[in-house]
Write a protein that binds this ligand. Structure first.
Ligand code: TMP
Length: 396
């Protein structure tokens, strides 16, 4: 049974940045009610209302993994480990984006699956076999008929975006070799609850996984987690290493029990934990609004740093518009000169000169805080302040 615990109000589609033309023509944005629920049976946290995939992942998807140094570094390290440990003969990536990971592998050992054709075009151009399709059983059958089996299936920040998880895992087990390994990584529910980072919830993040829920879901496909790595990426993620239960050649690492124990101790099995979280989210909103109001009272300009999908949830839940955050700066070409979804806040291209003249920046891309604080060390040493809402709203 799905029990609702969090209502983040009416929200627009998070990665739908409106152009000036759309704004001027009074383009009607799609709004939906963003509510989050907990499944008392399998302990999976998900959005109550799911949005049609075709509205979200199309030929105009703005997010590119390669634009982030943090992600490039994480993918490089991962690919070295995969090559060393698993020696993949054939590697399949579900949600290959612009190839930030596969570029570390030999072209003839890789299959990319990416439904956003603007991104699929990039890996195709680089010479990687790419299916610009949604991951489903039909595609798995097609791939199997050509390649028989795949011995590593990898997917980062993608499976949580696909509504039909049964079809996802059925399709994966269809093509995974007997001793094959499935590696998935996604934001961690435990980290989200600890950091009160409720902006992990937006239309594309249909699910927020815990190790407990992943274990419950994959069980019926005769799959089991044999290792878990805790990552800093995307505000705190987990990387799950999964094998067939019939494969006894791989031992179960103690990291699995350790993570599950941490999650149980935090209360992820209990609905009451989620109700408490919802209360903390309300407090977080009030506190952030108070901070912004105070800063604005002194006629300061506030720049949004990183026009993230997460920031869309914050702006629309907290009711923040261009009378508070003057504009955003972002490095992604597909976002610049557009507007934050649901709001009148313009996104300008990243510009150091603008930052030099500013005192306050709201950290939209808080998940890249480390990278950003190094990049903006001059702003910080000149007395510039960042405003963040994670883990509690404050001025840094
Ligand atoms: P994400 O949180 O969905 O990964 O998106 C990160 C966004 O932040 C992306 O649009 C790029 C932007 N960004 C900057 O503008 N400057 C930076 O230094 C970093 C790290 C990210």
């Amino acid at each position: 049974m799905n029990k609702k615990f969090l209502n983040l109000g009416l929200q627009p589609l998070a990665n739908k940045y409106l152009t000036k033309k759309e704004k001027l023509s009074n383009f009607k944005e799609d709004f939906y009610r963003l509510e989050v629920c907990f499944n008392t049976k399998n302990k999976l946290v998900s959005l109550y209302k799911k949005i049609n995939v075709k509205k979200m992942f199309n030929n105009n998807y703005p997010y590119k993994s390669s634009l982030s140094l943090t992600m490039l570094k994480s993918f490089k390290e991962l690919s070295t480990m995969i090559k060393k440990k698993f020696k993949p003969k054939l590697f399949l990536e579900i949600g290959s984006n612009d190839g930030a990971l596969v570029q570390n592998f030999n072209k003839n050992k890789v299959i990319c699956v990416e439904p956003c054709s603007n991104l699929a075009k990039i890996t195709k151009k680089k010479g990687y076999l790419t299916f610009d399709k949604y991951w489903n059983f039909k595609l798995a059958k097609k791939i199997k008929s050509k390649f028989k089996t795949v011995n590593i299936v990898y997917s980062a920040n993608t499976l949580t975006h696909i509504e039909n998880l049964n079809d996802v895992f059925k399709s994966i087990t269809h093509i995974l070799s007997k001793n094959g390994v499935l590696i998935i990584e996604d934001p961690s529910l435990l980290e989200c609850l600890k950091k009160i980072s409720y902006d992990q919830f937006y239309n594309e993040h249909i699910y927020l996984f815990s190790a407990i829920a992943v274990k419950n879901i994959i069980n019926k496909f005769k799959l089991e987690i044999f290792d878990i790595q805790v990552l800093d990426t995307h505000g705190g993620s987990l990387r799950y290493f999964i094998k067939r239960t019939s494969n006894k050649s791989i031992l179960i690492n103690k990291s699995v029990k350790k993570q599950i124990k941490k999650e149980i101790n935090f209360g992820l099995n209990n609905f009451s934990t989620y109700k408490k979280f919802a209360q903390k989210v309300k407090k977080s909103r009030n506190k952030l609004n108070n901070i912004l109001k105070k800063v604005k009272k002194n006629k300061n300009i506030i720049i949004g740093y990183g026009a993230t999908a997460k920031a869309t949830t914050i702006l629309n839940y907290c009711g923040i518009d261009n009378d508070t955050i003057d504009f955003f700066l972002d490095t992604t070409p597909g976002k610049v000169n557009k507007f934050m979804p649901g709001k009148n806040i313009k996104i300008l291209p990243y510009n150091k000169k603008i930052i030099d003249r500013t005192n306050y920046m709201f950290l939209g891309a808080w998940n890249f805080k480390k990278e950003i604080f190094i990049k903006e060390s001059k702003f910080i040493s000149n007395g510039g302040k960042f405003i963040t809402h994670v883990p509690i709203p404050k001025i840094i």
